[in-house]
Design a protein around this ligand. Structure first.
Ligand code: SF4
Length: 314
């Protein structure tokens, strides 16, 4: 028997960003043009549903380029890759197709420009995340004149030695928390008053808009579901925002793991989705909630996104 009525508020914007849509289309177009299998380095975007769907269509996701037969096409993920990975693909006679999001490429270009100008660069990002690895890997060798270093927290800034040059700059991963990053940037600016900033924030429009949308819905919700995978940086940040405001938040990317007991005594539920999560999962979640309780679903108005990225020649 259903229990009461639950109001569901859907955040806007939510779900796929232009970079993720482009990366998925690139894999699908490559499959159409060259046939299966098509090799993809790492997960092309961080979402289990998307990855399983592409696997069924004939994509093979690999961590190690050496496992790919020579002469095959290799797609680089939306998170971007280091120069070493590009060189390794070349050495192994693989044919690259680049699905790096243009907004990640923009950060790579900034890093390369700063390095050529002999700057010491601080990259604000998460250790081990493929985007941070790809961006750090734009610099192949640190030297006394120019270098790149990862900064993950304000503690890392405090531990930095004083550097005897004004040629210091910073960049950031595109999917970080806007608020946490701005605290780290302020700390960097106070330690190095002449530090050079990127021309525009490196945190991308999709990350910013989805975080703003969650902040906008916090006041009314007993619980927020973030549709997205654990390894998705921007999805995890959305859940963090809710938790920082003492609202229970659950990251979910497979309705097999949906536990209806969480709905007990909840009247108002917010749903959002990370930039790599497809809308179908949001709709599946609503169906699950509706099995437990009658629902009234409303869309919260938000920024309309119109960003589209050109596809590369495949
Ligand atoms: Fe590009 Fe931002 Fe989407 Fe990442 S989250 S793929 S940087 S648009």
């Amino acid at each position: 028997m259903k229990v009461g009525v639950i109001n569901i508020a859907l955040a806007n914007p939510r779900g796929f960003c232009a970079g993720v849509e482009r990366a998925i289309i690139i894999v699908e177009e490559a499959l159409k043009k060259y046939g299966a299998p098509i090799y993809v380095r790492n997960e092309v975007v961080h979402n289990k549903y998307v990855i399983n769907d592409l696997k069924q269509k004939g994509a093979i996701f690999v961590d190690d380029l050496h496992t790919i037969p020579s002469g095959s096409h290799i797609i680089f993920s939306a998170h971007g890759v280091s120069k070493a990975v590009r060189k390794s693909a070349d050495k192994l006679h693989l044919i690259p197709i680049d699905a790096t999001c243009p907004l990640v490429t923009k950060v790579h270009n900034e890093v390369n420009r700063f390095y050529e100008g002999q700057y010491h660069i601080f990259m604000i990002g998460h250790k081990g995340h493929p985007e941070a690895e790809g961006t750090m890997g734009q610099i192949e060798k640190n030297s006394p004149e120019a270098s790149i270093h990862l900064i993950e927290s304000i503690d890392d800034v405090e531990k930095l030695p004083n550097i005897d040059t004004d040629k210091i700059s910073y960049v950031s991963q595109t999917t970080l928390s806007v608020d946490d990053t701005s605290i780290i940037i302020d700390a960097l600016k106070s330690k190095f008053p002449n530090i050079k900033s990127p021309k525009n924030s490196d945190i991308c429009y999709a990350t910013q808009n989805r975080q703003d949308a969650v902040k906008g819905m916090l006041g009314n919700q007993d619980l927020i579901f973030v549709v997205g995978s654990n390894n998705s940086s921007n999805s995890s940040r959305l859940a963090e925002i809710a938790k920082q405001h003492n609202i229970e938040a659950i990251l979910i990317d497979d309705m097999k793991f949906f536990d209806p007991s969480i709905l007990k005594n909840k009247k108002n539920i917010g749903i959002t989705a990370g930039a790599s999560a497809p809308e179908i999962l949001v709709q599946q979640l609503i169906v699950e909630i509706n099995k437990y309780s009658d629902t009234v679903v409303s869309e919260i108005k938000g920024v309309e996104e119109s960003v589209i990225f050109k596809l590369p020649i495949i």
